[in-house]
Design a protein around this ligand. Structure first.
Ligand code: AMP
Ligand code: ZN
Length: 121
């Protein structure tokens, strides 16, 4: 899918260029509402709506995306961290441009459970 800077927030942020890490078709940005001490988002430069559309990536590109996620965490100085992808509205996805949350350090109280939309049955 081509870039959609007029309609997609993350396509616009990719184009604006304020990245903490970039290269190889991917960028990492700081989450505007961090739920942890370090909260980065890894996005493919080209627009893909959601992880459900993973078939939009050839295996080689999907592999490079995973490596970019790991490199982003390492460059941020993280050795222990979480990687999270919300898939679809029911999975908590609010921005429909595929992104990987990279979460490290202390979590801000209450925000992880809200982000995960945890409910007790
Ligand atoms: P998700 O709920 O998985 O779709 O995650 C979307 C994330 O994008 C949330 O953690 C938001 O805080 C973050 N976000 C929304 N707007 C911006 C923005 N302008 N810059 C950086 N992060 C943003
Ligand atoms: Zn987009």
């Amino acid at each position: 899918m081509p870039s959609q800077p007029d309609t997609c927030l993350f396509c616009r942020l990719v184009a604006e260029g304020d990245h903490v890490h970039a290269g190889d078709g991917f960028v990492a940005i700081r989450d505007i509402n961090p739920i942890a001490e370090t909260h980065l988002l890894v996005l493919p430069e080209r627009h893909v709506d959601t992880f459900r559309d993973i078939d939009a990536f050839p295996d080689e590109e999907a592999g490079r995306m995973l490596r970019f996620v790991a490199d982003t965490a390492a460059e941020a100085g993280l050795s222990d961290y979480k990687v999270l992808v919300n898939v679809g509205a029911g999975g908590g996805q609010t921005v429909f441009h595929l992104h990987w949350h990279v979460l490290g350090g202390a979590f801000h109280r209450g925000k992880l459970s809200r982000a995960l939309e945890l409910e007790t049955a």
